[in-house]
Design a binder for this molecule. Structure first.
Ligand SMILES: Nc1ncnc2c1ncn2[C@@H]1O[C@H](COP(=O)(O)OP(=O)(O)O)[C@@H](O)[C@H]1O
Ligand SMILES: [Mg+2]
Length: 243
């Protein structure tokens, strides 16, 4: 369903500093698979995800979703995305925001209504639907952003650190939601630092270090707990010799 083919991405920041954020990344995710993308801060996970959503463009290489190049917006017809730092129009209530996002996906008012009811209840936001998002806690805002990424019932869900800012209860809600997506046969691409969740949810994981896929495997066949493997892979590469 997702195909990254030899992707490179360099950022040019102030004072002509260049950052090689992604260096020859090739990776595939099959339909119905839950794929976990892990790696230290600055490894290039969010950059790869933004490239997948065509929010930024690679220097070289190609990415397809369902065989369509991501430069073709039809590739995103059924994709849900939770950004690393979601921006919500916080003068709206959660229900208004979901209605806005649903309309962007051309949903009917009736399906927006029923889908919002369902997601707001699942994410335990139903008490807060009449209040503006600006008054929500960080965790409630994160849960609203997750609801927005799922409102149109997408086939592919891309979640950039979905557990960020959540308390253990919130984490558990999201965990169950992702497990449900898996049961429904959806494809999920998720980046996270919560390795216990990745280990329990994902079919396959890829460890990205310095913009490269350094290790990939089926979760049941990793041969050791994921946190141990993560440290081993990252320490072998030597993260501090960066750039
Ligand atoms: N807009 C940007 N301009 C310049 N450098 C960036 C930008 N975004 C990310 N980077 C750099 O690219 C590298 C990869 O970042 P990122 O993809 O956010 O990593 P991760 O999500 O794995 O923590 C880091 O070195 C980061 O500082
Ligand atoms: Mg990131």
């Amino acid at each position: 369903m997702i195909h990254f083919n030899e992707i490179c991405k360099t950022y040019h920041s102030e004072r002509r500093r260049t950052v090689l954020a992604v260096r020859g990344l090739s990776l595939q995710v099959m339909r119905g698979e839950i794929y976990g993308c892990i790696g230290p801060n600055g490894a290039g996970k969010s950059t790869s995800i933004k490239l997948l959503l065509d929010l930024i463009r690679p220097d070289s290489g190609s990415i397809t979703i369902n065989g369509l190049p991501v430069s073709n917006e039809a590739s995103r017809a059924s994709v849900g995305y939770l950004p690393e730092n979601p921006y919500l129009y916080d003068f709206l209530t959660a229900r208004e925001y979901l209605a806005y996002v649903g309309r962007l996906s051309a949903m009917s008012p009736a399906s927006i209504r029923s889908r919002s009811d369902e997601l707001l209840a699942k994410l335990k936001l139903d008490q807060a639907t009449g209040r503006r998002i600006s008054g929500y806690s960080k965790g409630m805002q994160q849960r609203t952003a997750i609801a927005a990424s799922l409102i149109h019932d997408p086939d592919l869900v891309v979640l950039d650190e979905p557990m960020s800012g959540l308390d253990p209860l919130g984490r558990n809600l999201i965990f169950n939601l992702i497990a449900e997506l898996k049961q429904q046969g959806k494809t999920v691409f998720i980046s996270s630092h919560v390795l216990t969740d990745i280990e329990r949810l994902c079919d396959r994981v890829g460890i990205i270090v310095q913009g490269r896929l350094c290790h990939e495997g089926n979760v049941p066949e990793l041969g050791m707990p994921l946190d141990e493997l993560f440290l081993q892979v990252v320490n072998n590469i030597g993260v501090d010799e960066v750039k």
